[in-house]
Each structure stands twice: as C-alpha cells, then as structure tokens.
Write a new protein. Structure first.
Length: 256
C-alpha cells in the first residue's frame, strides 16, 4: 500500500496514526505510515531505528503532537494523525453552554446529555448533538473510547454515577466532574463501594479545571478546556509561560 492510500484509509476510518517523513540521511524523501498500534501500513522503517522511532511515534500519536526528531544518521519529521475528538457534556447548564460553544470552536464534536428536555435544546446548544434522557437509559447513545472527553456538570448521583461507571470501564481520555472537594470525596467513595480501584478513581478529575480564578460560566469553561488541553497534548504546568525556563514545545515526550 502506498503512503497516500494508507493515510486516506486512516482518515476515512477516523483512527489514530503517524506519518514519518525522512528529511535527511540515507532514507531521505521516503515516507512510512504507522497505524494506531504502531504497525507499519506503508513504507519501511530502517531496522536499526525502528523500535525507538515507533515508540516515539506512538507517544506523540497519543498526544496528537508533531515533532522533528533525530536518529543519527536519520532525521525525520513525525506527523500524528488523529480522529475528531468527542466531548460529552452531562448537564445542560449555563457552564455547559459556554463549554459546548468553545469546544466546538476548538474542533471537538460535542454531545450534551440531560434528562430535562426544556434545558437540552438546539436553541441553547446550537452546535451540539442533543441527547435527552436519564443518563442510565441513554448510555448506548454515548461514545466511550480513546477519543472521548467527558465533563459532568450535574452534581446528582443519579445523573453522574451511571456515566462515570461506564467511562471508568473504557479508555476515555479525560473525566472531569464539577463540584466541591466534599462532593468529590463522596463521589469517589461511591465508586470505591462499587468496586473501582484507586487507579480507577484517580482518573476522575474533580473539582474539574485549572485554578485560574474563574467566576463566570464562560471563565469556568475556559478553565476546564485549559486542563483538557494540557492533558490532550501531554505536557504543561498550568502556570504562566512568563518566567518558565526550558522549551515551550518539547522535542521528545520525556524532555524537561
């Protein structure tokens, strides 16, 4: 399979992948396409660097990053391919309106879930897919996979627990929950009682978002999306870039 066909297949199937272009060295000009598990779908990797290059490409793929990398005597550019990311917002509240709007502008495909049809409307969420019903009854209409970003804005256990349990049994990339620290303690306690491990409950980010002093619904939405962005690309401190030493964009995932 030639590179362009392999790339188009990955895009059509909405999968993850990598395109490795050799920009200097013995393989100058050649391209290699990797699938979501690092398998070669087109081209051929030099045997002496195949293991390291594939490992780096998979880490970059997981965080949707592109990098110029050196594997002497080879120089490559690794471009990650990623499907559209899916955001699921549980709770058609004011913060959810801003969150859905901003996320849509950032390229997320947004689904809003709420049992209250008067709140979950196209007028309030014009760019989102609307799912009306109790979360437990509409789980089959929600995507829980590697590209899912879940934000729960409802504090009621009846609304959040079924979704949390389904999410923790899946490889969703992000789980964020609104509420106080006390609410988070109660939430985690319920999950433990249902048999979820400490590793499982550690995936639940609550209170959700970065500490930027947000007050308005729009500002809270920004803080949530800021945390999601940090998770999505695999680095960042949440601090101001002013005064931070080192690279702004890392060259390798393990760079400081």
């Amino acid at each position: 399979m030639v590179a362009l066909e392999a790339i188009q297949g990955i895009l059509d199937r909405e999968e993850y992948g990598s395109v490795i272009t050799f920009v200097d060295g013995p393989s100058l000009g050649s391209k290699v396409v990797l699938g979501s598990e690092g398998q070669v779908m087109a081209g051929e990797l030099p045997p002496d660097i195949a293991k390291d290059l594939t490992a780096d490409a998979r880490v970059l793929m997981d965080h949707e990053q592109h990098r110029a990398m050196e594997y002497p005597p080879h120089s490559v550019f690794i471009e990650s391919l990623a499907p559209p990311q899916e955001m699921v917002v549980v709770g058609a509240v004011h913060i959810g309106q801003s969150l859905a709007s901003f996320a849509g502008q950032m390229g997320y495909r947004v689904t809003v879930v709420d049992s209250r049809g008067a709140f979950a409307t196209a007028d309030r969420f014009p760019t989102a897919r609307i799912v009306v019903g109790w979360p437990e009854s509409v789980l089959d209409q929600i995507t829980f996979d590697r590209r899912t970003w879940l934000v729960i804005l409802s504090h009621a256990p009846a609304h959040e627990d079924p979704v949390l349990e389904a999410a923790l049994k899946s490889p969703v990339r992000y789980i964020g929950c609104m509420g106080s620290r006390r609410t988070q303690e109660l939430r985690v306690g319920r999950l433990r009682e249902k048999g979820f491990s400490e590793e499982d409950v550690a995936r639940v980010r609550g209170p959700v978002g970065l500490d930027i002093g947000a007050e308005s619904p729009q500002e809270v939405a920004v803080s949530i999306l800021a945390e999601m962005t940090m998770v999505r690309y695999g680095h960042g401190t949440g601090l101001s870039l002013h005064g931070i030493e080192g690279r702004v964009h890392k060259q390798r995932p393990e760079d400081d």
